[in-house]
Write a protein that binds this ligand. Structure first.
Ligand code: FES
Length: 122
């Protein structure tokens, strides 16, 4: 059985937006809220070229990456066809209006990936 960690309240996440959860190691986790107040958690790193999904626009149960507009499904972290690839999904639940994540997953999943570095376009 998991010990879930309270992250924030649902209303702390902007509708059709996200909040980032910093981890001691690894890329941040983005926690998204859609128009139906469903909440999802993905690694804040697009499977295309590492764009910050937390800065994307949520629609339905997807987010549009802000860099090249790939559509990433919030429930499994995978790109919608014809694009391919998935980002790490994190377990997430809402209880009593609070958003909870699994601390074991936060501490162990996708630690080998680095956040994209800002720099000149090539
Ligand atoms: S980095 Fe997300 S679509 Fe290219």
């Amino acid at each position: 059985m998991n010990d879930w960690k309270v992250i924030c309240r649902v209303e702390d996440i902007p509708v059709l937006g996200s909040r980032r959860v910093a981890r001691p190691r690894g890329v941040d986790v983005a926690v998204f809220r859609n128009a139906e107040d469903q909440v999802f958690a993905l690694l804040d790193r697009c499977p295309h070229k590492g764009g910050p999904l937390s800065q994307g626009i949520v629609f339905g149960t997807s987010v549009a990456c802000p860099l090249h507009n790939w559509t990433i499904a919030l429930d499994d972290g995978c790109a919608r066809a014809p694009d391919e690839g998935c980002t790490q999904r994190f377990s997430c639940k809402v209880e009593g209006g609070q958003v909870l994540l699994d601390p074991v997953e936060l501490a162990t999943l996708a630690l080998d990936l680095e956040a994209p570095q800002a720099g000149p376009c090539r």
